[in-house]
Structures are given as structure tokens and as C-alpha cells.
Design a protein around this ligand. Sequence first.
Ligand code: ADP
Length: 545
Amino acid sequence: MMDAPLQVARILEHGSTVHGTAEVVTWTGAEPRRMSYAEVGRTAARLAHALRDELGVTGDERVATFMWNNAEHLVAYFAVPSMGAVLHTLNIRLFPDQVTYIANHAQDRVVIVDSTLIPLLAKAIGQMTTLRHVVVVGGGDPAALLAATGDRVAVHRWDDLLAGRPDRYDWPAVDERDAAALCYTSGTTGNPKGVAYSHRSIYLHSLQICMPEGFGLGPTDRELAIVPMFHAMSWGLPYAAFLSGAALIMPDRFLQAAPIAEMIATERPTLAGAVPTIWNDLLAHLDSHDVDTSSLKEAIVGGSACPPALMHAFSERHGIEVVHAWGMTEMSPLGSVSRPPAGATGDDAWRYRYTQGRVPAGVQARIVGPLGEPLPADGTSVGELEVRGPWVTATYVGDDIPDEEKFRDGWLRTGDVGTLSPDGFITLTDRAKDVIKSGGEWISSVELENALMAHPDVVEACVVGVPDERWGERPLATVVLREGAEVGVEQLREFLAGTIARWQLPERWAVIDAVPKTSVGKFDKKVVRSRYADGGLAVRELTAP
Ligand code: ADP
């Protein structure tokens, strides 16, 4: 067979020619902007020429983005890797000093920024020591950037920079194992760490996203990509869209439930992907507004455990099937998708859908015990999940040897705890760091959260382990109640007793306004724990019933 390298440029060429009439739609708050995939291809060529000829980007230099999900970000997704440079998606929601740390660690030379994000970037850019160029998309005033950097950094306007450049580029052949893109973990449980995706890993991962057992993307689909392009490469959706010909609908900065609902009603997506908190907000909106969601067949939910109550609500009240998926930045990010196996119907099918899903051929998984000893894939042995495969990272960027805490014998230690069934379904009970260790027994914080969120008056519930003199740790339940709800925490505990063993029921309760979230919209358990430790929560302690 021919040894054709698997490279991002091939995905771009395919999408922009064979699927040239497919479109990327960018929400603007007014009339949406539309760009065909053919035009994305031409614009990517212009950007690559500008980066090389005007800004001098060569080799594997890093070109960062500080952007929302929109057409220009898509152009950068293709132009930068296709020309042989490395795309680095900066997370706009991190603290400025974290953004600076990451940009310096990655040695970013250029950053492309949406003009609406200039004020945010200005807070971080002053200390970005390797940066030489900023490219501003849109019309905002870049004075704040210049003020923070002086003449060390040149500021360019996207339109001016691209104007008059050739709309074809002779994309170079690359080694498929070379880095194409770089993404840092969002640091939910520690400092951000860099993961470098290769051309090959992106290509193979994109194929899997398109598979029926993946997200099943095809040319008749329209994918609403809510999951940010700065978070785990938007789950690979941009590349998968170009492989499959599926259209992309990009929300830009309009991530609240009302505009998302409007996008669904008017742009008619068939699929959408986002973390549970977004779906939870959208559900409340759909429950109280008349929105045409009839186009939406599936909502992919991942990033945190999806509460079964949320799946049922969407299915039964809105005819939208929630598909649960699991993954990590370290895994490109697709790990598993929960589609019931052949023959499963009714409650049986639902039980499969609650799981984190089934691993594809590209992901090998195993469960190990405390000493790293492999445990049986029998659906009941509980341990840490380890994975390996062609789109799983083998180390973090800049590490000479793989970090022992995260890698073992060629496997990635996910830090997730759960079971693996003989037919490849993963069920996660918790992150290892969030499991509540009470008197030598483990309590799953996720199980308590799911059970609480099944109560009609509970909007969100976040459970963390807190120190306890007698048991070592006990669960603290923090809950957000529906507006006007009058349910008391005693009743909530009684409700939990219907499905949860009594010894696991939390004694400590706090009703809060909102669960603190991480930069990618997950429950921030670090913050909840420290608020508790600082006495910042009004905690009620219930005595044992
Ligand atoms: P961060 O580690 O900073 O949160 P990632 O998005 O890479 O960034 O997080 C990956 C982790 O998110 C997984 O290891 C797992 O703990 C959690 N996760 C992702 N999807 C799911 C899911 N469907 N169910 C439970 N946990 C999930």
C-alpha cells in the first residue's frame, strides 16, 4: 500500500472541495455569518501565507488562538497545522496568570484573538515573553494590547493581513507523527499540562468521531459545536465535520440558554455537543419556553458525569436523545460513547445509556487496583481506569520522561474510578481525587449528585468529601434549589434514602445560589472544599435519623 501520511491538510482539502458547499455558521446576535467550506479552504491558504510571509512563522512554531467558536477559529484550526506549524488553543476562561504560564510554556510566537476578547488577553499578554505578533479578528481597539506589551509585539488586523494573499497554498508533506496542535488540560485537579496532538492522532480520532458508534456524523448533519474550541479541541468536531461534510454551527460568545435555543430553532442542528451544565440550563429554558427543537436528534453530553435525570427529561419532555460520552484532553478527547448494544431495549437500554459508554477499537481500556494490578473486566471490579491507543498521549509537553503519577507501563492513568464490563462499557463512579473515603469505605460523590438531581426541586447538586473526626471523611451536599422551591434539606435526605444506603447519606448540607464552575463549566470541587474549610458556607448538620 502507499505510505500516504495522515495529515490535517488532507482533511482540509477533502472538506473544502468534496464538501465545499457545506457551511460554517457563526452566531452574531444579529444576522448569523455564513462561510462555505470552500471559502474556509481559501481563507486558510491566505492565513498560512500571511503567517509565513509576513509574520515569519516557520517549522513547528506555535500559533495560539484566544477565541470563541467561530469561522475564523475554524480557519486557524486548519491553516496552522496544514502549513506545518502547531496550533495552540488557549483557554480564555483561565486566570490571566495561568494563560501567561501556558503561553510561555508552549513558547507561543503568534496569538490570534477575537476583538471581543482583547480586554481579557490584555490582562495576560504583558508577561508573554516569546510572543511577537497578535492578529486581531474584528473591529475592536487593540490599544490595551499595545499598552501591555510596548513595541515587543506587533499588532495586525486579520482582514488587512489576509487581503490580497493567494487563496491556494501548497501544503507541505509532514511527518504524520509531528505535532499539529497543542491543548492544555483545564487544571480541574492540578496545574494545566500540555498535550500535543499529532497529525496522525487527529486524523484517526476524527474518523472515530464520524463512526456510527462515535457521534455518527455525515453530510446531512448539522452540528452545533457548543463545547469550546479551546477545550479538548471541541471534541474533534471541527475536523470531523470536514471529513464528513457535516455543517458546523458556532455559537461564538452566545452561550446562554436563550441564544442556544434560538440557534436550535433557526439553524436546525441535528446534533449538538456540550458539558452537562449547559444542557441543564437549556433544559430549564426549554421547559418554560416554546422552542422548536424538532431538528435535534441527539445531544452529546460529556466532560462530567451526565445525571440520568437530565437524560430522561430531554428524552421524555423534548424528544431529544442525550448520548453520554466520556473523554479527556489527554485522549484527543474521545474515550467512549454510550450507545446501547444490539438487542437492548427499554430499561436495559437506559442502563447502558447511563454508563460512560463503550470504548472503540482505538481505545484499549483496563481497570487496575491500588498497586497497579490489572483487575477483571467483569463489570463489578472497581479500580482506576487506564487507557492506551493511537490518540492517547504518551506524555505531557516538556516532560523528558512520562510523569509517573499519570503514566504506567505505556498506559495513561485516567484518575477516574469505576468498572469495565466484558463488552467494553465503562461505568465511572468518581474521580479518584473526589471519592469520599468514609471509615474505610468509599462513597461515590457522583452517585449522590445524580440521586439528588433526580429531585424535581434540585437544579444542581455538588457533593464533596470533608474532614470528619470519626470517619475520616464524610459527604457534604451543596444544592441549588429551583426558584420558589420550599423543600427542606431533611426532605432531600429522606428522598436520597430511597436509593442510597443510609450510611452514605450526608449529614452536612448547604443550600447555595450556584455551584462554582471550572473554566470549562465543570463543578469546581476544589473551590467547594476550600469554601467549606474557610467557613464560607452556611452548613446545616443533620443528626442521624
Ligand atoms: P480537566 O481534567 O481539567 O477537567 P478534561 O476535560 O480533560 O479536563 O477532563 C477529563 C476528565 O473529565 C475525565 O478524566 C473525567 O474525570 C471527567 N469526565 C469527562 N467525561 C465524563 C463523563 N461522561 N462522566 C464522568 N466524568 C467525565
